[in-house]
Design a protein around this ligand. Structure first.
Ligand code: IPE
Ligand code: IPE
Ligand code: MG
Length: 257
């Protein structure tokens, strides 16, 4: 999608992002501050997911991409990884029908080969059930890594070239990008990270080239509709230039050149 088209659309939408991506961080610290096990933080975090999904639906946001489990999160204790997998499964089973009724299209991005067969099956069912919906594209990044995403795109390009279906000379950024996750959606306009850290932690890498980055110290279970609105208001005040001149300078451009 052309960048000019993106920014023009953003302006027409009154500064509302089309696509919001969130690194949902801080569950463990939220629990520790209450003297609770980390698992309690992850459970509380599910409520915040519900909250941002509902708020996104109400505000007319087109796509919401949530970082739920990174390709590096397997480094955590077995017990915590197991709890997170269990939460994905139970939440999916509990929420999918309602999401479907709300017109949500649910998709998982990441390498699902590492998941248990039962979870893989539920994911496939949820994706199939909601495939025709378009009110909100809800993407859950699970066993996702930005480097994995780029590498899998490279592998597919290489396979096409090796099979003689693609001339390597034709590989440019646009062509490459079509093989990445979420290539059919506009790139994220706004990326929110809760929990105080100001890093990307291998979330979407390619796709956030021109995304506005918003960091808040709030821990994910404390992130509510008001906090979301604050982030959206901050976004509405950004001027996106995509490498061009600010729109206020446009008129004088011919003279300055
Ligand atoms: C984010 O919260 C959830 C996942 C990474 C699955 P954390 O579990 O990273 O919480 P903190 O950063 O330890 O507080
Ligand atoms: C990023 O949080 C991953 C998710 C929110 C799923 P982490 O807690 O894993 O990130 P680091 O380790 O602090 O960079
Ligand atoms: Mg963390």
């Amino acid at each position: 999608m052309a960048h000019g088209e993106d920014s023009a659309t953003a302006a027409a939408r009154g500064g509302l992002p089309r696509h919001v991506a969130i690194v949902m961080d801080g569950n463990g610290r939220w629990a520790r501050r209450r003297g609770l096990p980390r698992s309690a933080g992850h459970r509380a975090g599910v409520q915040s997911v519900r909250c941002v999904v509902e708020a996104s639906l109400r505000r007319g946001i087109e796509a919401l991409t949530l970082f739920a489990f990174s390709s590096e999160n397997w480094r955590r204790p077995r017990q915590e990884v197991g709890l997170l997998m269990e939460l994905f499964l139970t939440t999916l089973q509990r929420e999918v029908q309602r999401l479907h009724e709300q017109g949500v299209r649910l998709r998982f991005i990441g390498d699902r080969a590492a998941f248990a067969p039962k979870l893989r099956a539920r994911i496939a069912e949820a994706e199939a059930l909601t495939a025709g919906n378009a009110t909100l594209h809800l993407n859950i990044a699970a066993n996702y890594g930005g480097r994995w995403d780029i590498a899998q795109a490279a592998r597919r390009i290489a396979e096409e070239a090796a099979a003689g279906r693609l001339d390597p000379v034709a590989v440019d950024a646009d062509r490459f990008g079509r093989h990445l996750c979420l290539a059919d959606l506009p790139e994220p306009d706004l990326l929110i990270r809760t929990g105080g850290e100001q890093r990307i932690s291998n979330f979407l890498l390619w796709q956030i080239a021109y995304t506005e980055l918003y960091f808040t110290d709030l821990l994910w279970p404390d992130f509510d509709e008001r906090a979301y609105d604050e982030a959206l208001a901050w976004y509405a005040g950004r001027e996106r230039r995509f490498g061009a001149l600010p729109s206020s300078a446009e008129g004088g451009r011919a003279n300055d050149a």
